[in-house]
Design a protein around this ligand. Structure first.
Ligand code: ZN
Length: 229
């Protein structure tokens, strides 16, 4: 699989297939692995669904703008809100990146990543939050979490944010198809990221651009590797 600078940074959809009902978009290889896994999960009483698959650059820019402007809540590691006004520009950038990726550096740009939920576990009208307590033992997706840990690897997936490595906060719901994401991560260089961010003229750019190398080491490559390569 060869990613172009455009597909790597979510600025093209040429590597993506769009599905309707339920609506999500993924790289065809990730979709195939997901459907196989979904089939098998049914026999364990789980109805796997893609809560979030491919996400494009503009969507990630919108999230960045809202959080940089204090129009969306920011959370600390424990999931408690952080007062926006108390943050320096640098601290604000770290607070955003703990829970949201830099535009151009979201693994969801690659079409290889899935945020997974279990539709069967959800009572009617349940609003998914994607928070750690939902995936903890006894949480609404606790059974799903155990199933993922025991089975997802057989379908080529791993959990890059399984543990807290001081970068992105733990995201047990986030699965990655290693066949796609390992080469994608190698191809996404700090230089490409720098160039992409420069063009985007984001809020906080003045503070952000000199930090790109540091942010790349702390939030982009700092992941839990697959158990088997
Ligand atoms: Zn995710």
């Amino acid at each position: 699989m060869i990613f172009s600078p455009q597909t790597l940074t979510g600025q093209s959809r040429e590597h993506i297939v769009q599905f309707q009902e339920p609506r999500f978009a993924l790289h065809p290889l990730a979709a195939k692995a997901f459907f196989e896994m979904q089939e098998e999960a049914r026999s364990a009483g789980i109805e796997l669904a893609v809560f979030s698959g491919f996400r494009d650059f503009d969507t990630q820019v919108r999230i960045w703008r809202l959080k940089a402007a204090g129009e969306r809540p920011l959370y600390n590691t424990q999931g408690q809100p952080i007062p926006y006004a108390s943050l320096s520009p640098e601290a604000l950038i770290h607070a955003i990146l703990r829970w949201s990726a830099l535009p151009g550096a979201s693994r969801h740009h690659w079409g290889s990543e899935i945020d997974l939920i279990d539709q069967r576990a959800m009572p009617p009208g349940y609003r998914v939050e994607l928070l750690p307590h939902e995936y903890a033992q006894g949480g609404i997706f606790g059974h799903l979490n155990t199933w993922i840990e025991q089975n997802a690897a057989r379908f080529g997936f791993f959990q890059p944010y399984k543990e807290d490595l001081g970068g992105v906060a733990p995201e047990p719901w986030h699965l990655s198809l290693k066949e796609l994401s390992i080469p994608a991560l190698k191809a996404l260089t700090p230089g490409l990221l720098q160039e992409t961010l420069q063009k985007a003229e984001l809020p906080l750019s003045e503070t952000l651009l000199p930090m790109v190398d540091l942010l790349y080491s702390r939030y982009v490559i700092n992941i839990c590797p697959p158990a088997t390569p």
